[in-house]
Design a binder for this molecule. Sequence first.
Ligand code: NAD
Ligand code: MG
Length: 417
Amino acid sequence: MARVMSISGGAALRSEAVEEAASRVRAGGGAPLRLSVLGATGSIGTSTLDLVSRHPSRFEVVALTAQCNAARLADLAIAHRAKVAVIGDEAHYAELRDLLAGTGIRAAAGATAIEDAAREPADCVMAAIVGAAGLKPTFAAAQQGARVALANKECLVSAGEIFLRHVRQNCAELIPVDSEHSAAFQAIGRTAPGSIEKIILTASGGPFRTFEKKRLERVTPEEALQHPNWSMGAKVTIDSATLMNKGLELIEAFHLFPVEAHQLEAVVHPQSVVHCLVMLEDGSVMAQLSHPDMRTPIALALAWPERLATPVSRLDLVALQNLSFEAPDHDRFPALKIATDALARGGAAPAVLNAANEIAVRAFLDRRIGFLDISRIVGECLEKAEGSELINAPNTLDDVLAIDGDARRMAGALLPG
Ligand code: NAD
Ligand code: MG
């Protein structure tokens, strides 16, 4: 199965308008880059706005969105002089409106208003809503032909080819924000696709890397939320603990880069310093290294092909001393294999995987199921989907959303009580 495009060359995904907009984020001069942030109150959203604060002359904030936290959203909108602030949950609209009264910032609420915000004219949209909830807004961002800085990996997992087609049709540009994919994007550079032998994504191994399987049965959400290296939102932190995150990322990489599934691998690298390794036919291995701080890949996505200065700690290789790598343990962390099987099955399987995982992670955080049940429920859902009409390949975003809804119901039915 071949991908429709590769971002390595980038040409297919770059319009002149986007090139011109990208060149605006330059040291010193030029018009500011018009930026919207979907999921502004989250981990990626706040890291993005932190960079904006450090380079105020280079950005003009257009729209900011969040789901529930109206007070935080209003603070961010005021601090960054946004034009529009949108809260997804309409119950918080009155609070947002009151907080923004007299500021000149437009307030709106609801899922459709978030999509409208994504369509507000902008040069770059940071797509940082968590989960399949980010699908429609991320599609809307691409629709206006903007650069889409893609943190919402679930969009590529669930709607891979459909999303890429949409990006191409609208002459939008896609730059990955996920650290491993940002690393691969840089490591591949202008390498001819046929010269790439393998892309290896690194995984920290999460907080339970050294735990016995028996012990994994009893781990709590609090323990799972203690990621050793990265500070992230709850969902992606739990995905990192199960290694489902790496599975989702292999699917993401399959869509982004010009390789077949068998050329993608994951390796556990507890220090999270090397983010990806690209092996080439001449024996070279290209890698990108940086301190584990998302502001580095976010800066790249905002400024590429320029660079944006960040305060991220610089690597001290002597102090680091050891960079170690180990094979993932599929017995204790079955999620990775479940995800690569879903990629191999194709069709609706990745969308089912993603939806079932979202339900199972939520149930774990709510203490309804144990840690090992997350992978078990996702695996069972995929098996059930195999025998149903759910496994038909989606052709449109609506198809993906229908599969997502069905898979959520299926996963919900597998939960206790
Ligand atoms: P987060 O939970 O910290 O923030 C999520 C944001 O989305 C918040 O602003 C929230 O208000 C908004 N949101 C939640 N549900 C929504 C809904 N139904 N409708 C509209 N908005 C909604 O998440 P995060 O860690 O910032 O992750 C965001 C995305 O980036 C995820 O797809 C994640 O996999 C990806 N990502 C995150 C990191 C990281 O370091 N945090 C790294 C790589 C990729
Ligand atoms: Mg990642």
